[in-house]
Design a protein around this ligand. Structure first.
Ligand code: GRF
Length: 186
């Protein structure tokens, strides 16, 4: 099973996928990491694990169409069975989604459909939710609105935003790995 991971930032979910692959827990071949920012820490993680990084620096394209075109060409060339978004901060356009139907997966830090989009943890905190969670879902053209594959919730009553993040991260990593296992089996 050949996969591509896409990220924009720190890359802890990407690292969790790399670790699970290295240990043999996940039987996948990570063909490449694609990032939209040349300073994304995920690039360092890719280096550490000997995975090819493709940097499509969003800021160096004249317009979104040019960026999308190059991204699409790269994905077509790589031809992965599955694409995992791990903190990738751009909406994929409909052409790309149509090329990889039900093959693009995202992880989001809330119990969708609650709190889609940016700052989902802060939104849950502000709304005084007693619980929040993590959702892994298929990607469609909307913002975090595709079909849900797996969700896990946890209590946040009395926690600070920072404490919520501390609880969230290991749950994200575990849920993403569990979902990938499920998807490659099925
Ligand atoms: C995670 O919270 C994920 O749910 C969201 O972006 C964040 C990426 O975190 N889509 P990291 O870079 O993998 O640590």
């Amino acid at each position: 099973m050949q996969v591509v991971v896409m990220a924009s930032g720190t890359g802890t979910n990407f690292k969790a996928i790399c670790d699970a692959t290295k240990s043999g827990e996940l039987d996948i071949d990570i063909k490449a990491l694609i990032v939209d920012k040349s300073d994304a820490n995920a690039i360092n993680i890719a280096k550490e694990y000997g995975i090819k990084s493709i940097v499509l620096n969003y800021k160096s394209y004249e317009n979104r169409a040019d960026y999308d075109q190059e991204l699409e060409e790269n994905l077509i060339k790589l031809n992965p069975d599955l694409i995992f978004l791990a903190g990738y901060m751009r909406i994929l356009n409909r052409e790309i989604i149509a090329k990889f139907p039900q093959r693009i997966i995202n992880i989001h830090p809330s119990l969708l459909p609650k709190f889609p989009g940016l700052h989902a943890v802060e939104q849950a905190y502000e709304a005084k939710e007693t619980q929040t969670g993590v959702t892994v879902h298929y990607v469609n053209e909307g913002v975090d609105s595709g079909e849900i594959i797996n969700q896990e919730s946890f209590a946040i009553e009395g926690l600070s935003v920072e404490q919520i993040y501390q609880r969230l991260k290991p749950i994200e990593h575990r849920l993403y790995i569990k979902t990938i296992k499920q998807l490659i089996k099925g």
